[in-house]
Design a protein around this ligand. Structure first.
Ligand SMILES: [Mn+2]
Length: 351
């Protein structure tokens, strides 16, 4: 049943009345495009990308103290630490589409999540931000598709930007990974622009708020479009090289595609695992980045394997941790236990 129109109106009214909003957002494409829409609508306020953790924790209360907002948004973060809520007295609007959370303890917090009304409705945050702020349409579309959702406004998008879509457009994975899909390209351009330090991320995000049409980026027709494209292109070279090696690691009769790489600066693991799943939907995808004596895994399956129970068993007696969704998980394993971990996953596939 969605986040209702009444609820959308409540969110919009609060944003209209605010003079100085502070917006925390998840540093993925969905979180970022949610921020871009609300910020462009309001033309005031400050954004803070929340990196490296699904939790908005207490240290972000300092940002509130520094900025002294009259309204706080939390966008696309699955969890907020109780200590953050305890420390912050400003009114908070939290919009998310992950597992619903109970915020009844805090009178200043209003929580909006489509799953409260219908657990199967997990349309992304950017979809609701579009309802609040009314686009830009291309920003709302790229953000939704990046979160594996084909929005009901795709037809409107297709009318305006027919050249940005691939021939097949019913599945999010085709929109994301078909080589002719410019929507997919834009999702990757945004995703790669979010890598790096908070300062680097925020610089790119603010540039993105000033882009008027997607062609500025795709065709590099303005300095700001060029800026975003350049940062993307730099990482894309690295990404393509890794993708090439990972594809070569796929063995015909092996149900697992296992690929590890080392890189001290940048994680491309989640981007890689998603594209490899598109290319090898029959396989269990296991991509890991070796960093600081640990392997950091992304595990993906297209529906053939339910990952969390397998992961729990494989982590038994192993120094490491992990978890996530049914078909997409993350895990972290100490270098010395990696062989044992991989073997325990493989044993379960044989059953
Ligand atoms: Mn999301």
């Amino acid at each position: 049943m969605a986040i209702t129109d009444d609820e959308i109106a409540v969110i919009r009214a609060a944003l209209d009345q605010s003079a100085r909003p502070l917006l925390f957002f998840d540093d993925d494409c969905d979180g970022t495009t949610s921020f871009v829409q609300l910020y462009r609508y309001k033309k005031e306020g400050k954004g803070v990308p929340v990196k490296a953790s699904p939790v908005l924790d207490k240290k972000y209360a300092r940002k509130v103290e520094e900025y002294q907002p009259d309204l706080i948004f939390v966008l696309d973060k699955p969890m907020v630490d109780e200590a953050f809520f305890d420390a912050v007295k400003t009114p908070i609007i939290w919009i998310d589409h992950h597992k619903p959370q109970d915020v009844s303890k805090w009178k200043n917090v209003r929580y909006f999540n489509p799953r409260i009304h219908d657990d199967k409705d997990n349309r992304p945050t950017t979809y609701w931000a579009n309802k609040v702020a009314g686009g830009p349409l291309w920003v709302a579309t790229v953000g939704a598709v990046a979160d594996w959702h084909v929005p009901d406004y795709l037809d409107a998008f297709a009318e305006k930007y027919p050249d940005l879509l691939p021939p097949k457009r019913d599945r999010a994975e085709d929109l994301l990974f078909h080589e002719e899909s410019k929507v997919g390209r834009l999702a990757r351009i945004i995703s790669f622009n979010l890598k790096g330090t908070v300062q680097e991320t925020m610089k790119s995000v603010l540039v993105l708020t000033r882009i008027e049409t997607p062609y500025e980026i795709l065709n590099q027709t303005t300095p700001r479009g060029k800026y975003l494209y350049k940062k993307y292109a730099h990482l894309a070279a690295k990404y393509e090289a890794l993708l090439h090696r990972a594809k070569a690691a796929a063995k015909k009769d092996d149900p697992v595609l296992l690929f590890t790489y080392s890189d001290d600066s940048m994680s491309l693991t989640s981007d890689l695992s998603n594209e490899l799943l598109y290319l090898f939907p029959e396989k269990l995808i296991m991509i890991a980045r070796k960093h600081g004596g640990e392997y950091k895994y992304s595990l993906r399956s297209a529906g053939k394997y339910e990952i969390p129970p397998m992961l729990d068993r494989a982590l038994h007696g192993v120094e490491g941790y992990g978890g996530g969704h049914t078909y997409a998980c993350g895990a972290c394993v100490k270098e010395n236990d990696d062989d044992k971990f991989v073997a325990a996953i493989r044993t379960q596939l044989k059953k």
